[in-house]
Structures are given as structure tokens and as C-alpha cells.
Design a protein around this ligand. Structure first.
Ligand code: GAL
Length: 658
């Protein structure tokens, strides 16, 4: 279980407010204006030193801490706390010149050269030696500084370097495999190595799944994903353990990336390794931008076990790394921040404090923009600071669990999107997000929870494309339904075990009995093709050739067109007071909403919103505080919610007290 330590600091609880601060990019005289403007904005904390290895260790063992001493003292004198980075995120040129063997290697054997950032192998013993030496210096020097309230390990571990195919990675992969499998024959069985003459006679013959002549072994690929997540976790632990040894009372975190398609790190598995959860989130363009933000914040809050978490980075306005980088519209800065708070964040921080003049991120927004403080953006930053101060009493209150949950499973995400499947078009997170949008459209709260989380508090559990279902997970889901829970799962769920071996006897092998159906053949659809259902809905992407296998299974909708015409499309098996439903095609949020709505009413899960507000606003609860987030671009009348606010502005958030 996660160690629930929060920032080391005295004083009243408050929501923290701040940013990454990179004073090393600016002349000393700018710093005074920085702290002045931070105070004006109500900044309480900054993350310092994230990319400053090259400025702290000028050459091997030659340190220059003077500027950092001065920056920390200046911040402290101005009442601003420091989340101090271990500065190991990006190795300096002197190190990569001396030790080019720390550079990662891609699948094709190409070296990832310096010039960007994070060009280090997670498994390099040499990198680790140098990095931990720096961590020791920093921890020893600053651990007692009263400004330092937390350690920030590296930065976004795995953002660019999660998959490394180097010889170091190969060696570490073999060690990892020896731990996972008692013998080489056990590995051969697990990897299905009888196929294509892949039978190994020794662990030393094993390589990472480097560029191969054709589809690499799927279990090798899946194990390499597990290993790669573990390798970075192991690195995180190495820094953390050293920090804990030197400064046992300073909590340690690292910034996760629970966002979009970033999927290399199994954060459900990482969550217990840090003293508090921190996340970075950047909005992604598209119709579900806001829902995706909420989904990420929700999942982050559940990774934190409902406890407060730290929004370490988001953007005040545009980013620099999309093809076209749009500025935020009026209201979006505050709405985005408060949506994270609504899902349990007790800190709202940005990348970064002062917008850079040089470097790849000079057009990335910041709290202090190129235009200076006489700008709408800075005025928005100041007003958000004051809004957060007025919410100080929310700090520490856990997010209130919902009655419904969506299971989220990194292993299934990895496995589903591997090659050689009935269709290459499956998108795991998108399907989960579609269900989340359907919940929001119905005005029903749902928690996004790791697949290993307890289910007993939930009346309804959705398991979208839960592809990898080892026997114990199938048993848990069955027990959940037998205890009266209502489970709904989708196409391509329950198909394989932990080794990516198909459960035999008809799909979805591990859930077949629970669902009371049998699929003899998959029916993926071509892009642009659809399958009409007899309830008026339209499926895309996938269909199944379903036979219902028992009298308890009811066909809720059948296919009207296409290869499965006349066969079941959506089914439900009643199990005591519970039920197990199956949706065999992709319906998208609008199609899922009526299906979900009917299930929720069967399960007795109701919206906490008045009918006219459902879909218009998102409601979240932290204890007795209600957050009401406008999901539309229009003002919404929220009189019915009984707070002091009558109108929620376009893109606005109302915080209603008991
Ligand atoms: C994050 C990173 C920051 C900055 C930001 C820009 O991935 O941690 O250093 O690069 O993105 O959006």
C-alpha cells in the first residue's frame, strides 16, 4: 500500500500552487522579478533543478551549487517551498562523451544521441553510478534546508526512454526473465516457443524484441513491456532508497504521465513506490479533450487510493509539441486546473514558471509569459491563485468514491495493441474513455480504477477490452457478479491468460461461463464498415459470432446487418442479484449511453444531478464539497443544485459547499 506522506511542511493545509522553475536559464537579476511575480500570483511551491545536471556538475565530480543555494534561499526568504529535483533527468555532455555506452538504442539498433533530453538507458550501471552520486550530493546538501518539502526523482521517467534495446537492456532483461521463470523450459512454454523454431536452450540466447524479419514473439514483446516498466521502477527505487537513507523525513515522488496514449509505465504497479502520487497532464485535441482530462485526473486520484495527489505539470495555455498548438480559450486555464482539484489534486502546478527565451520549449506557455505580467494570461494566473486560496479548506479531503467503476489495466492495454491480431485498429484507452464519456453524458459519477483494485464498493463495473484475464482475475470478476455486482465487458475481453495464450473452447474463454455465451469466430470490420443493431444503434470496428449458451442469458440487441445479421450483439446473463453483460461491437459514447443507462437503472445506480443538468456538467465530490464543471461552451443554469451560484459560466467550475 502507498505510503501516504505528503509534503514536509508546517502550517495550515492549503492547495499548493506553482510550477517548474528553471532559474538557470536566466540572469540573476531576473530572479528577483520572478519571486516578486510568484508572490503576486500566490505561488506556494516550485519544482527546481529538473534539468540542471550540466549546471550543477560542470565536469565529473566538479560541482557548482552556488547558484542553486542562492535560488533556494531566495525562494525560502519569499515563503516559497521547493520540490527539489534530483537533477538526473538528462545527462550532461561530458558524461555522454566519456560514456557513450549509456545512450539508449532503438529497436533498429540506432543509437539515441544526445541533443534532446532523457538520453540514458534505464538499465545502464554506469548511468546509475553517476546519477546516484549526484543524488547523494544533492540530498546531503539540501536535505535539511527548510524550503525543501519533497524530492522529485528524475522527471517523467520513461517519457522518451522507456524502450531501450541496448546490450545493457538485453542483460537486464535476462536477469528479469530468470526471476519470472524458474527454468528456460518454463519460459519456452510461456512464450510458445515451439512456434517458428524459437525454442531457447539457455537464457543467454534471449534478446529484447529487436527489429525482426516479421512479427516478433508476442509473449516476448509483452514480457519486454513488463520488464521495461519494471526497469524504470527499479531505477526510481534506487534514487528513492538513497534519498530515504539520507533524508528519511522528506517525502519522495516522481511525476507520472497518466495521460493520453502514454502507456509504457504500469502506474498501478508504481503507485506504492512513492510517498505521494504526482501526475503531469496535457490536454489532447479532439472531441473528448475535457473528458480525457477528467478521466486522467480520476484515474490518478484512484492510483492515489483516494488520498490527495499533486498535479505536477499542466499548461497555462499552448504546448509546443503538437503539430498545431492552440492557446487555451478564456476560462480553460481555471477549469482545467479545478477539474484536477475536483478529482483530489491538492496541488496545481504548471510547466513552467517563466516562458523560456531559447530552447525547444520557447513557444510552450508558462505562468509568466513572454509578454510579461501585463497580459491576460498572467492575470488569469493571479486569479487562479486567489481561487485556490479560497479553496484551502478542501485540501486533505479525499475524493468521494462513486457507485460505478471502469477497470483500467495496463497489461491489457499493452497486449491489445500488439500486432498480429484480428484487427490492428483496437484502441484500448479510447474504448475506456468512450465509456467514461457515456457516464458523463448520463450525469453518473464513475471511478476509473486499476484492475487490481477492490470491487466490492461498486454496484456496476465496466471492463472495456479486458483482454488479458489470468484465472485469478476471472475468479474475482465471477465472485463480484455472484455477490450481486453488475459487470459489463466488451469485445476482445477475456481472451488470453497472463502469457498471451488463448483460453480454449470458444471465446471469451475465461469469461465464457460468466457471460453465458460463446463466440466461435471474431468478426472485425473494415474501416468505414458498420453493423446495424436492431435497437437502432450502429457498431463499428468489431463484431462477434455469438451463440448464447444458457437460459439465463438474454439478448438485449441483435445484429440487423452484416455477417452476424440475426445473431446477438449485446447480451446479459442474470446471476442471482447480479449480472454479466457483453457488448460485442464498438458503439462510441453516444451508442454506449443508452446501453449503460439501462444497465445502471437495473443496478439501481442513479444520477446525483437533476435531469436537466445531466451531460451538461460534470459533478465530483470531495467530502461535503461538490465541484460542478461546465462541459459545454455555454452558460448553464445550476439553480437546481441549490448553491449560491445560479449560473455556471461557459467553461466555468462552481464549488458548492454543504
Ligand atoms: C513534460 C516535461 C516538461 C516539459 C513539458 C512540456 O513532458 O516534463 O519538462 O517538457 O512536458 O509540455
Amino acid at each position: 500500500m502507498q505510503n501516504p506522506r505528503w509534503l514536509r511542511r508546517a502550517g495550515d493545509p492549503r492547495l499548493e500552487y506553482g510550477a517548474d522553475y528553471n532559474p538557470e536559464q536566466w540572469p540573476r537579476e531576473v530572479w528577483d522579478e520572478d519571486v516578486r511575480a510568484m508572490r503576486e500570483a500566490g505561488v506556494t511551491i516550485v519544482s527546481l533543478g529538473i534539468f540542471s545536471w550540466a549546471r550543477l556538475e560542470r565536469s565529473e565530480g566538479v560541482y557548482d551549487f552556488g547558484w542553486l543555494d542562492e535560488a533556494i534561499d531566495l525562494l525560502h526568504a519569499n515563503g516559497i517551498a521547493v520540490d527539489l529535483a534530483t537533477a538526473t533527468a538528462s545527462p550532461p555532455p561530458w558524461l555522454t562523451t566519456r560514456h557513450p555506452e549509456i545512450l539508449p538504442v532503438d529497436q533498429h539498433g540506432n543509437t539515441i544521441w544526445p541533443g534532446g533530453r532523457q538520453h540514458w538507458r534505464p538499465t545502464s550501471p554506469i548511468f546509475r553510478t553517476y546519477a546516484l552520486r549526484l543524488v547523494r550530493e544533492i540530498a546531503t546538501r539540501y536535505g535539511d534546508h527548510p524550503a525543501v518539502v519533497a524530492w522529485h526523482v528524475s522527471n517523467e521517467l520513461g517519457c522518451h526512454n522507456v524502450y531501450d534495446y541496448s546490450d545493457d537492456a538485453a542483460a537486464a532483461f535476462r536477469v528479469w526473465l530468470r526471476r519470472r521463470y524458474a527454468s528456460i523450459d518454463e519460459l519456452n512454454e510461456a512464450w510458445g516457443a515451439a512456434f517458428w523454431s524459437q525454442w531457447y536452450s539457455d537464457f543467454e540466447e534471449i534478446l529484447p524484441p529487436r527489429q525482426a524479419a516479421t512479427h516478433p514473439n508476442p509473449t516476448q514483446q509483452l514480457d519486454f513491456k513488463r520488464f521495461s516498466s519494471d526497469a524504470l521502477k527499479d531505477y526510481l527505487r534506487a534514487e528513492r532508497d538513497l534519498l530515504r537513507e539520507i533524508t528519511p523525513d522528506v517525502p519522495v515522488t516522481t511525476n507520472f504521465m497518466v495521460m493520453g496514449e502514454t502507456k509504457g509505465m504500469d502506474y498501478a504497479d508504481w503507485a506504492a513506490e512513492v510517498d505521494f502520487i504526482a501526475n503531469d497532464h496535457y490536454r489532447l485535441p479532439g472531441e473528448q479533450t475535457l473528458d480525457e482530462l477528467s478521466f486522467s485526473a480520476n484515474l490518478t486520484g484512484n492510483l492515489a487510493g483516494g488520498r490527495p495527489w499533486f498535479l505536477m505539470e499542466h499548461s497555462t495555455s499552448a504546448v509546443n509539441w503538437q503539430p498545431i498548438n492552440l492557446a487555451k480559450k478564456p476560462g480553460e486555464l481555471a477549469r482545467d486546473s479545478l477539474t484536477h482539484v475536483a478529482h483530489g489534486a491538492d496541488a496545481v502546478c504548471f510547466f513552467q514558471w517563466r516562458q523560456s527565451r531559447a530552447g525547444a520549449e520557447k513557444y510552450h506557455s508558462a505562468m509568466y509569459p513572454h509578454a510579461g505580467t501585463d497580459s491576460e494570461l498572467f492575470r488569469d494566473v493571479v486569479s487562479l491563485g486567489s481561487a485556490l486560496r479560497s479553496l484551502a479548506d478542501v485540501a486533505g479531503s479525499p475524493r468521494t468514491p462513486a457507485k460505478a467503476a471502469i477497470l483500467f489495466d495496463w497489461t491489457s492495454w499493452w497486449a491489445v495493441e500488439q500486432d498480429s491480431h484480428p484487427t490492428g485498429k483496437l484502441r484500448y484507452r479510447q474504448e475506456a474513455l468512450d465509456w467514461y464519456t457515456a457516464f458523463l453524458d448520463l450525469g453518473v459519477r464513475a471511478d476509473v480504477i486499476p484492475a487490481g483494485a477492490p470491487l466490492d464498493g461498486y454496484d456496476v463495473v465496466v471492463a472495456p477490452i479486458l483482454h488479458v484475464v489470468p484465472a485469478p482475475l476471472a475468479a474475482r470478476l465471477t465472485a463480484y457478479v455472484e455477490a450481486g455486482g453488475h459487470l459489463v465487458t466488451t469485445y476482445f475481453s477475456g481472451i488470453v491468460d497472463e502469457n498471451d495464450h488463448v483460453w480454449l473452447g470458444g471465446y471469451p474463454g475465461s469469461l465464457r461461463e460468466l457471460l453465458g455465451l460463446r463466440v466461435a469466430e471474431f468478426g472485425p470490420l473494415l474501416e468505414g464498415d458498420t453493423a446495424e443493431l436492431d435497437n437502432g444503434l450502429t457498431g463499428t470496428l468489431w463484431t462477434d459470432r455469438i451463440d448464447v449458451t444458457g437460459p439465463d442469458t438474454v439478448v438485449l440487441a441483435s445484429y440487423k446487418t452484416g455477417d452476424q445479421a440475426g445473431r446477438p450483439a449485446i447480451t446479459r446473463r442474470a446471476v442471482g442479484d447480479g449480472s454479466a453483460s457483453y457488448v460485442s461491437t464498438r458503439l462510441g459514447p453516444a451508442g454506449l449511453a443508452p446501453v449503460l443507462g439501462e444497465l445502471l437503472s437495473q443496478a439501481g445506480v442513479t444520477s446525483e444531478l437533476p435531469a436537466e443538468l445531466r451531460g451538461q456538467v460534470e459533478l465530483t465530490l470531495r467530502g461535503t464539497t461538490r465541484f460542478v464543471i461546465n462541459r459545454t461552451e455555454e452558460p448553464v443554469d445550476i439553480t437546481a443544485l441549490g448553491g449560491a451560484d445560479r449560473t455556471l459560466t461557459a467553461r466555468g467550475v462552481a464549488v458548492l459547499r454543504a
